[in-house]
Design a protein around this ligand. Structure first.
Ligand SMILES: Cc1cc2nc3c(=O)[nH]c(=O)nc-3n(C[C@H](O)[C@H](O)[C@H](O)COP(=O)(O)OP(=O)(O)OC[C@H]3O[C@@H](n4cnc5c(N)ncnc54)[C@H](O)[C@@H]3O)c2cc1C
Length: 401
């Protein structure tokens, strides 16, 4: 048996023995475990699965052992991921630090930053939030104004961030801040990390029309941040932010892979709510559903191919941008079809008497729109893909294709 086959054999045996049966089902709302200083678990199996994977160092399987990972190579990582998919294992925890900041620190952090920030992240002990968007800097992120003023051995941070998901529940934040207000806007930005318990930080939840929201506006009033918490070069934050966002897009499609498609099996639900389509309208709905299911399948196959290209060392950053756009638009189309199929059952939002699942579909429909905005709105993604991936000329300069 080759070394990699031996690894597959051992990995499969370990997962079979250690992943509780209930952790091999699709995640519902409330099942997600967030790595945090005080993690919450829906049940004992979720805790067990979290602890076993943490002790195996498989929260970050391919990170170096010195920083809390298991040091797996690309081939071993692929085997682990495919074995987890085969058993339908849930992710034992979700952690923005691991998915987004971790890769930036590994590539650009100082040795001291890697040794202090990565191991607790790899043990799922810190919940991270992302402080990028501001009230007047969303799609046009480079217009951000939150200032970090040089005060000797530390910065003093003033301003606010908005749409910070779970800002009130997070332990630490990574944030883009303005460190030079005179420089061209992309060149005066830095990336810092900060403790959300620092004096002067206040996270205020934002209410939405759906009644439930993870969003916060976070206010910073004279917050002291040691200079050792600057990541990468001073005023070099823009490129690090772009690098980080590539990982956000990758993470978003990975999260989708684990949860939505199997949780809401489009065709199964359609058969249930529309068992015998007869009218023109019903037949058209059925055709839309089949088209969505085919797109979903094609997307899954393309993700697999892309992952293999990535492991082979190809640059897939452009493809990741395209996939984020495709995936979020496909999910939204899918939930539009589901909502149409549910008909009156989709009004659970407004009245009692509807099943949990019907309510969940309506919620997921609303959320599918949010995902076309987070990590870069679709229209802006199209602009970025046109310019940076396809190399098309910038229309604003009057250059025609
Ligand atoms: C679910 C969710 C989670 C989020 N979590 C976080 C988080 O944790 N941290 C964080 O920092 N931010 C977060 N955000 C914010 C997100 O990054 C911003 O909402 C996004 O960048 C868009 O910015 P905006 O909301 O200011 O919209 P705007 O930038 O005002 O855009 C409004 C509309 O105009 C369009 N538009 C803007 N510019 C152009 C253009 N040049 N060409 C064509 N159309 C354009 C957009 O596509 C959009 O439809 C989250 C958002 C969502 C929905």
């Amino acid at each position: 048996m080759s070394t990699i086959e031996q690894f597959r054999h051992e990995t499969r045996a370990w997962l079979e023995a250690n992943c509780p049966q209930s952790m091999r089902t699709a995640m519902g709302e409330g099942d997600v475990v967030w790595g945090a200083s005080q993690p919450q678990f829906a049940n004992d199996d979720a805790r067990l699965w979290f602890e076993r994977m943490r002790d195996k160092r498989w929260f970050c399987p391919d990170w170096p052992e010195a920083y809390g990972g298991a040091g797996l190579d690309a081939e071993q990582l692929a085997v682990l991921e495919s074995e987890m998919r085969r058993l339908k294992c849930r992710p034992p925890q979700i952690n923005l630090g691991i998915w987004m900041l971790g890769p930036v620190l590994l590539a650009h952090g100082t040795e001291e930053q890697k040794r202090s920030l990565l191991p607790p992240m790899a043990r799922g002990e810190v919940r991270w939030c992302q402080g990028f968007s501001e009230p007047n800097a969303g799609s046009d992120l480079a217009s951000l104004k939150m200032a970090a003023r040089d005060a000797g051995d530390h910065f003093v941070v003033d301003g606010s961030k908005i749409w910070t998901s779970y800002g009130d529940k997070s332990d630490w934040m990574y944030a883009l801040v303005r460190t030079d207000s005179q420089a061209p806007k992309h060149e005066g930005i830095s990336l810092i990390v900060l403790d959300m318990r620092s004096p002067g930080v206040k996270a205020v939840p934002i209410d939405l029309i759906s009644g439930k929201s993870a969003f916060c506006q976070v206010f910073f009033d004279g917050v002291k941040v040691p200079k050792s918490q600057l990541i990468g070069p001073l005023n070099g934050g823009w490129n690090l932010g772009k690098y980080l966002l590539q990982h956000e897009r990758k993470a978003m499609s990975k999260f989708g892979e684990f949860s939505l498609p199997s949780h809401f099996d489009l065709l199964a639900l359609l058969r249930e709510y529309l068992p015998q389509p007869r009218s023109q309208g019903e037949l058209a709905l059925q055709a839309r559903a089949v088209a969505c299911a085919m797109d979903e399948h094609a997307y899954g196959l393309t993700v697999q191919r892309m992952a293999e290209e990535g492991r082979a060392g190809d640059d897939i950053s452009g493809l990741m941008m395209i996939m984020k756009l495709l995936h979020t638009e496909q999910e939204r189309d899918k939930f539009e079809v589901l909502l149409d199929a549910l008909g009156g059952h989709a009004f659970g939002w407004q009245a009692p008497g509807f099943s949990e699942r019907e309510l969940a579909v309506t919620r997921a429909w609303l959320n599918s729109y949010a995902l076309t905005i987070s990590g870069g709105a679709s229209e802006v993604q199209l602009n970025v893909i046109a310019k940076r991936v396809l190399g098309l000329p910038d229309g604003k300069k009057g250059v025609s294709a």
